[in-house]
Design a protein around this ligand. Structure first.
Ligand code: MV4
Length: 501
């Protein structure tokens, strides 16, 4: 049984992992670079080891240095968090070789899912829908043109070793195939040392919806429903929510079953995420599998009522899952906002520096996962995430209103940040309506960068949307449910006041 965990990460996720370990009576070991000598995770862990200079390659990405710290501290397990070494198959393998438990999947599962062509093949064989495209890698321009003839334009040329948007090219016309192929290949070669590419039909204005799964070592696999992650810019997620406002219960069940099938197809173990790309008609296709705990995991924790880090540790211990699929349900609605040290007025450039003041929101339904204290200097070497604000409400409207309140209470001084930008998203009509796609940010740039406070129209949209939901509920209600709705009429006080009912 795991008694001491080395957390091979930094920032909010390192603190997050230590918290669960502490609740479980597990000792924790932090590792830190030069820039992180005074970081929160170092203060909070039971022990801490210096693992090198500030650049990630010399510290948080150094397998040697981390293994050395694990041996010195006699940690019996390593939790990689997200980013850094979390999806490095060699790190999983090395931990195993050294007799240290890796809290995550096997080298095999990580490498299979890391190669997108292999992942596509595995999912196809498992009956999980994938985007129409080539079964294997593209050998020549002729082959590319032939593929395009059968699936039609536009298409995406993607690097097999890629993911998260790297090594991707959109091709809209046959004359662009040659250049697209060359560009994708050279980018892939430089970034990953592998120039294999494949072709997929381009899905226009998609939604990004992912399913959280848990798999134990005994073949039990469950899903913990979805997260809607379509609010992003340049492949960086900004806001995530669950449930997805566009899924129907039938689609959710179908996609959840496919997510389970996907995990089973690679003998998965641990916590993982199946990403789907979803078109306007709710056709969905497997995109990628993330073989780690994700940044946005807390919204799932809030709505499903689990601690995913604890589940990961139970699984690594070899215990059977105690959660049962039939018993899981989505309770209310959760929204996560990622608060970054960046400059929205200067193309969202990272804006690290010393935080001279931080005022964190509290109150009903609010969770903040962070690691910054007053006087801490956010290093320029790493991701500029300051904190994650996770808000729960009994329904989507409630969660939006509460998120606005919490963002309004949040204050940060000393570094430029995106708090106002997030607040404006919470007032954007398309977000409130809930049918936004991955193009939401670029299509609403003007509104989102505006100076003036949100106008009243947005407020009205919230209320009218809530009223439409209310009408829909009445339309579907049985006589018994009708009584319950009538008794809950007070929940609609805002609708009543606006409509003067
Ligand atoms: C696509 C696509 C449209 N069609 N594939 C972006 C990240 C990488 N994981 C895959 N991505 C996309 N793949 C096909 N066939 C559009 C995207 C895409 C995207 C996907 C999810 C979330 C945000 C996105 C932003 C731009 C493009």
């Amino acid at each position: 049984m795991i008694k001491k965990v080395l957390v091979a990460n930094r920032g909010e996720i390192a603190v997050r992992i230590i918290r669960s370990c502490r609740e479980m009576g597990i000792l924790t070991v932090a590792v830190y670079s030069d820039a992180d000598r005074k970081a929160m995770h170092v203060l909070y862990a039971d022990e801490a080891y210096h693992i090198g200079p500030s650049p990630s390659v010399d510290s948080y990405l150094s397998i040697e240095n981390i293994i050395k710290a694990a041996k010195t501290s006699k940690a019996d397990a390593v939790h990689p968090g997200y980013g850094f070494l979390s999806e490095n198959p060699a790190f999983s393998a090395r931990c195993k070789k050294e007799g240290i438990l890796f809290i995550g999947p096997s080298e095999y599962a990580i490498s299979q899912m890391g190669d997108k062509i292999t992942a596509r093949k595995i999912m196809t064989n498992a009956g999980v829908p994938v985007v129409p495209g080539t079964p294997g890698k593209i050998a020549s321009e002729e082959e590319a043109l032939k593929t395009i003839e059968s699936i039609g334009l536009p298409v995406m040329i993607k690097a097999s070793a890629g993911g998260g948007g790297k090594g991707m090219r959109l091709v809209k016309s046959p004359k662009d195939v040659k250049n697209g192929l060359r560009a994708a290949r050279s980018e892939a070669k430089t970034a990953f040392g592998d120039d294999s590419v494949f072709i997929e039909k381009y899905i226009e204005s998609p939604h990004h919806i992912e399913f959280q799964i848990l798999a134990d070592q005994h073949g039990n696999v469950i899903h913990l429903f979805e997260r809607e992650c379509s609010v992003q810019r340049r492949h960086q997620k900004i806001i995530e929510e669950t449930p997805s406002p566009i899924l129907t219960p039938e689609k959710r069940k179908e996609m959840g079953d496919h997510a389970i099938a996907a995990a089973k197809a690679v003998n998965y173990e641990g916590a993982g995420t199946i990403e789907f790309i979803v078109d306007k008609d709710l056709n969905y296709y497997f995109l990628e599998m993330n073989t780690r705990l994700q940044v946005e995991h807390p919204i799932t924790e809030r709505v499903v009522g689990v601690d995913l880090v604890k589940e990961q540790i139970h699984i690594a211990n070899g215990w059977e899952l105690t959660l049962k699929q039939e018993e899981l349900k989505q309770n209310g609605h959760a929204i996560e906002c990622r608060v970054y040290a960046e400059d929205p007025e200067n193309n969202f450039m990272p804006a690290p520096g010393k935080v001279t003041h931080i005022g964190i929101p509290y109150g009903v339904g609010v969770r903040v996962d962070g690691y910054i204290y007053e006087g801490f200097e956010i290093p320029l070497f790493y991701d500029p995430l300051i904190a994650k604000l996770i808000v729960w409400g009994r329904d989507r409207n409630d969660a939006i209103e509460r998120t606005r309140r919490a963002l309004n209470e949040f204050t940060i001084a000393g570094v430029k940040n995106n708090l106002q930008f997030l607040e404006r998203i919470m007032h954007a009509k398309e977000f409130i309506h809930g049918n936004y796609t991955t193009h939401f940010i670029e299509q609403n740039q003007e509104f989102l960068s505006g100076e003036e406070p949100c106008d009243k129209i947005c407020e009205d949209v919230v209320i009218i949307t809530a009223f439409l939901e209310y009408l829909e509920k009445i339309r579907k209600a049985s006589p018994k449910e009708m009584t319950a709705i009538k008794n809950n009429w007070k929940d609609y006080s805002r609708v009543r006041s606006v409509l003067k009912l």
